[in-house]
Design a protein around this ligand. Structure first.
Ligand SMILES: Nc1ncnc2c1ncn2[C@@H]1O[C@H](COP(=O)(O)OP(=O)(O)OP(=O)(O)O)[C@@H](O)[C@H]1O
Length: 235
C-alpha cells in the first residue's frame, strides 16, 4: 500500500495536499487541469519536492524523509530521459550504477531489460540512431532495470503518435503486470487513462483526491474536470 497520510507537497509557492492510499500493483492515472499539481504530486512521492506536513509510507514503512534513491520509486519524464553521448546499454545501465562500472550480472540485467522492451541487439547504438518510439522504449528499460516497486510516469509518451503511444502504454501495462509494480501515470489524454489504468486520481484546486475507478470518473466528471475535458471528453 502506498499511503499519503495528510501530506502537503510544496512546489515553489504552490502546494498540493493529498490524503489517500493506493493498493500495491494498482495502475492509477493522475488527471486534472493544467497547473493543478499533477507533476507536483509525483515529485513529492519521488522525493524531489519537500513534504513539510504529513507522512508517506510504502508497505507501512515511512519514506517521507528518504532521499529519492532510497525510495522504492523509479520515475520516467517526458523529455531528457536519454543521454545522447551514451549508448543505449549505457543509458539503461545508469539505472543500476551511475558510474557505469557494471558487473557481468548487471550487464545481463541491462540486456534483459532491452529485450523486454523489444530492443534486443540495439544496445550499442546511440539515441540519435533510434526512432522516437525506440527511444521511449530505451527510457522505459532504464526504469525497468531499477526493479522498483513504484513507477511514476509524467506524460512520458506525449511526443509519440497515437499508434506508438498505444504500443508503449500496453508495454507499460504488461511490465507492471509482470513485475507487480504500482503505477502512477500523469496524462492529459483520458484515453490513456482508460486504456491501462483501472483507477484515477483527480488533482484539482491544490488537492489530490483518493483514487476512484477511471470509467466512473471520466463518465461523470466533477465540474473541475468537466471544464478541463470539454464537451468531447478531450482537453
Ligand atoms: N518552481 C516553481 N515555483 C513556483 N511555482 C511553481 C514551480 N513549479 C511549478 N509551479 C506551480 O505549481 C503549480 C503546479 O504545477 P505542476 O507542474 O505540478 O502542475 P501540472 O498539473 O503537472 O500541470 P501541467 O498539466 O500543465 O503539466 C502550477 O500552478 C505551477 O505554476
Amino acid at each position: 500500500m502506498l499511503t499519503l497520510d495528510a501530506i502537503t507537497i510544496e512546489n515553489g509557492g504552490y502546494a498540493v495536499q493529498a490524503d489517500l492510499t493506493i493498493a500495491p500493483g494498482q495502475r492509477v492515472a493522475v488527471i486534472g487541469p493544467s497547473g493543478a499539481g499533477k507533476s507536483t504530486l509525483l515529485g513529492g512521492i519521488a522525493g524531489f519536492l519537500p513534504v513539510p506536513h504529513g507522512r508517506i509510507l510504502w508497505r507501512d514503512a515511512e519514506i517521507t524523509a528518504s532521499t529519492p534513491g532510497q525510495r522504492p520509486v523509479a520515475m520516467l519524464f517526458q523529455d531528457g530521459n536519454l543521454f545522447p553521448h551514451l549508448t543505449l546499454a549505457q543509458n539503461v545501465g545508469l539505472g543500476l550504477r551511475p558510474d557505469l562500472r557494471l558487473s557481468p550480472e548487471q550487464r545481463a540485467q541491462v540486456d534483459a531489460a532491452l529485450t523486454r522492451v523489444g530492443l534486443s541487439g540495439l544496445g550499442a547504438r546511440k539515441p540519435a540512431a533510434l526512432s522516437g518510439g525506440q527511444q521511449s522504449r530505451a527510457a522505459l528499460a532504464r526504469v525497468l532495470v531499477q526493479s522498483r516497486d513504484i513507477l511514476l510516469l509524467d506524460e512520458p509518451f506525449a511526443a509519440l503518435g497515437p499508434a506508438l503511444k498505444a504500443d508503449m502504454l500496453d508495454l507499460v501495462a504488461e511490465v507492471c503486470a509482470d513485475t507487480g509494480a504500482t503505477l502512477l501515470m500523469v496524462s492529459h489524454d483520458p484515453t490513456d487513462a482508460r486504456r491501462i489504468c483501472s483507477h484515477a486520481v483527480l488533482v484539482a484546486d491544490g488537492q489530490a483526491h483518493p483514487p476512484v475507478e477511471t470509467a466512473t470518473l471520466l463518465n461523470d466528471p466533477p465540474p473541475a474536470l468537466r471544464a478541463y475535458l470539454g464537451q468531447d471528453g478531450l482537453p
